[in-house]
Design a binder for this molecule. Structure first.
Ligand code: PLP
Length: 459
């Protein structure tokens, strides 16, 4: 760590934080006697806290965001140069980085053509919901307005996004929610809901059952994470996605893929859906889009969707009447453009595939050693290990034990994650999402820490 840190009076910072900052997803009572953690600096895969303690960050900033790692001067410089030239203009006009990044992004997304800028994953998802609703009103007399979402998926924190939220504990006490959002079953085979050898297809058939129950003429969209993140790192079983695509086509339902976590390299391809050959109508993204160097999110659509918002010029309402003030900040696309260049030039998709395979291998080796690991799941540098009290019954471990494992990894100076306030009784999956720059020794250090932590907690 450099001298900057020592020059700060860090105790004042910690006091200010304790007195005035309301942290996300945090019970603050312990801070009345203890200190909140303040992250002071980051470089590559590492961060330093207020005590100067160095940690290897295996969760890319806590919520799978810092895909290219910390301390990227070229991104900072790109943002600085852009801010001096033009920091902002509302999205009704164009900007140079907005246009250039949209072109670059679309070059990675065959079949997609239009980029709508905003500034959080929740907001990007709301845009897609609004587009689906507007299409329903314009073309189907409002009937085809329902939006399907899946149990265990999460699409954001606003009341609209929570209305499409499949995680009970994220939603509890925040209702009532917006009407017109309908749940379909999750597809986690380890927690099977059907006894069927062709499980992927069976889980997708369950979507069709909901559509038929609700009436296909009422369903406008289906919103899914390509790989469910906070709901337990769920990789859909084989056969799931082709059937999902088929169902959407059969009932004229727009397919919205939420790539807020999986997008921009996290799974070893530009986007998670690209592993499955599916053709979405909407793709939303945020987090890794600019690796957290600026707040940016995008709702990307096809030309067919875009066309529906301009094909009737006699109708003064026939365009997308949405506004995102900070969608006009130029720092976002400037940072995203440089972020994407880094991923390309440094071969980070390939590295993600190689290091992801190593992480999975290491986790599977730990599974051999520790009976508490019931299942290891993941793709690229996006992995989870579900902890169970009993392998036979698959009874989940008490979540306080899963949290202890995270704390013990912290004692080993490795920050890992765990599904948190998500599904009651199932906050038992350890999560791993290191930056795409991870080296073999980083991956090994992560799993060595997990090994030590599991031994300490479970013997
Ligand atoms: C899959 C998914 N979609 C959407 C969101 C919401 O993104 P944001 O917190 O930027 O609003 C998240 C956040 O964790 C997410 O995991």
């Amino acid at each position: 760590m450099d001298g900057k840190f020592q020059d700060n009076d860090i105790s004042k910072v910690v006091e200010a934080d304790r007195a005035h900052v309301w942290h996300h997803l945090t019970q603050h009572k312990p801070f009345e006697t203890g200190e909140p953690r303040v992250i002071v600096e980051g470089k590559g895969m590492n961060v330093w806290d207020q005590n100067g303690t160095e940690y290897l960050d295996a969760v890319s900033g806590g919520v799978w965001t810092v895909n290219v790692g910390y301390g990227r001067e070229s991104i900072a410089n790109a943002v600085r140069d852009q801010l001096i030239k033009l920091n902002y203009f509302a999205g009704s006009g164009g900007t140079v980085p907005g246009a250039m990044f949209a072109e670059k992004l679309i070059s990675k997304m065959p079949g997609m053509t239009r980029v709508y800028y905003c500034n959080s994953g929740s907001e990007a998802n709301e845009k897609a919901f609004k587009m689906i609703r507007q299409i329903a009103h314009k073309r189907y007399g409002g009937a085809k307005h329902k939006i399907l979402y899946r149990e265990r998926d999460y699409h954001g924190t606003t009341i609209g996004a929570l209305s499409a939220g499949g995680q009970e504990q994220r939603n509890a006490q925040y209702g009532p929610f917006a009407p017109g959002f309908v749940a379909v079953p999750h597809c986690l085979e380890y927690r099977a809901q059907w006894d069927d050898a062709d499980y992927g297809r069976r889980a997708a058939d369950a979507i069709e059952e909901v559509i038929l129950r609700e009436g296909p003429e009422t369903i406008g969209g289906l919103c899914l994470e390509p790989i469910t993140a906070g709901g337990g790192v769920i990789v859909p079983p084989e056969g799931y996605w082709p059937r999902v695509q088929e169902i959407c086509r059969k009932y004229d339902i727009l397919l919205h893929i939420d790539e807020v976590v999986c997008g921009i390299g996290r799974t070893g391809k530009w986007f998670g859906y690209q592993h499955y050959g599916i053709e979405p109508d909407f793709v939303t993204m945020a987090k890794g889009l600019a690796s957290g160097y600026a707040a940016i999110a995008c709702c990307v659509t096809t030309e067919a969707v875009f066309e529906m918002f301009k094909d009737d010029t006699d109708d003064p309402m026939n365009y997308f009447r949405d506004i995102s003030t900070f969608g006009g900040c130029t720092a976002g696309p400037a940072a995203a453009l440089e972020n994407l260049r880094i991923i390309e030039d440094e071969g980070l998709l390939e590295n993600c595939q190689a290091m992801g395979a190593r992480l999975m291998d290491n986790l599977r080796a730990l599974q051999e050693k520790h009976a508490v690991i019931g299942e290891v799941r993941g793709m690229g540098l996006f992995c989870g290990a579900e902890l169970v009290a009993d392998r036979e019954t698959r009874q989940p471990v008490d979540e306080t034990l899963a949290q202890k494992v995270v704390a013990e990894c912290g004692a080993e100076r490795v920050i890992i994650g765990v599904t948190n306030r998500s599904i009651p009784g199932f906050n038992n999956t350890l999560t791993f999402s290191p930056a795409l720059i991870a080296r073999p020794q980083d991956i090994d250090r992560i799993t060595e820490a997990v090994d030590v932590a599991l031994t300490r907690v479970f013997g």
